[in-house]
Design a protein around this ligand. Structure first.
Ligand code: ADP
Length: 266
């Protein structure tokens, strides 16, 4: 996409010669489009639950407010919708914080085995009946990574959360941690769910991209989880790999440089 700019030639020629500059604006138009789409999507995602809450408040103010059963059912729906808005706002805040820190390299030594144990314990404690088993297979020789532990635990929460949401009911979720010969540290979360059709995989880290919007919403998804993961992994100079086999399950792997190994001195 080209933008035309017209200016004076300033070369003293009689008649005021003018010059036409053609400036390539393809990159900035694409960025602006993405920003506009993002704001439109986020507003739409917030407007839907809000409209529902307002509708129920109105109905409660009328005759339905006198019936106890109906009142309780409506309050439950309003609570769920408000929670959905809250999760979305929290994810939007996370995304903008991560983006603001994009150019500040995380440099603390983080022990991923300890972090995985902590997050796994918290998730297991928070589950009630029908708890999903979460298995951990953590190699012993894994060096610390250069990282930001709050952000890395958010990666774990999002990946384990997805494996639980989209995994087969009752089947375990497995977390693996190992050191690679390249000096990178790899952790991966696997589930035994239905898997993801290959054509969707490259788009999963786009904001608000979902394979099945109804299923994601019903499970409490915001559509932002993997895009948050991608931004955090990029900030850690790492790599994200999504592998999925239809009918068998999905493995999402993150590779991050070990502490002290990432700075290439020239
Ligand atoms: P959501 O909040 O919708 O889960 P994410 O950004 O975390 O958003 O994931 C985007 C989409 O990728 C999901 O809506 C789902 O369709 C798909 N997805 C993510 N993880 C898995 C998984 N482990 N198994 C199957 N599908 C998945």
């Amino acid at each position: 996409r080209w933008e035309m700019r017209i200016g004076d030639a300033h070369d003293g020629a009689a008649g005021g010669r003018r010059i036409v500059h053609l400036v390539d604006q393809t990159g900035s138009y694409a960025a602006e489009r993405m920003r506009v789409d993002f704001v439109a999507n986020a507003s739409h995602e917030l407007r839907t639950p809000l409209a529902s809450i307002l509708g129920y408040i109105e109905t409660l103010g009328e005759e339905a407010g006198d019936e106890k059963d109906l009142r309780e059912r409506f309050l439950k729906i309003m609570f769920d919708e408000a929670r959905r808005m809250q999760r979305l706002i929290e994810d939007l805040i996370s995304l903008s914080r991560i983006e603001a820190e994009k150019y500040r390299l995380p440099d603390r030594a983080v022990d991923l085995a300890g972090l995985i144990d902590e997050v796994r314990g918290d998730i297991l404690d928070a589950q009630g009946e029908d708890a999903v088993p979460i298995l951990a297979d953590l190699a012993a020789d894994v060096p610390p990574v250069s990282g930001d532990s709050a952000q890395l635990s958010q990666v774990l929460y999002n990946l384990i959360g997805n494996a639980m949401k989209y995994g087969r009911k009752g089947a375990p979720v497995t977390i693996r941690l190992e050191r690679l010969p390249t000096g990178m540290v790899r952790f991966a979360v696997s589930d035994e769910g239905d898997g993801i059709p290959a054509e969707h995989i490259p788009r999963l880290t786009e904001r608000f991209y979902r394979v099945d919007t109804g299923r994601s919403r019903a499970a409490g998804g915001t559509g932002l989880g993997l895009s948050i993961v991608k931004h955090i992994v990029e900030r850690h100079r790492g790599r994200l790999d999504i592998e999925s086999i239809i009918g068998k399950g999905t493995t999402v792997a993150v590779m991050i440089p070990a502490h002290g190994s990432a700075v290439i001195k020239r």
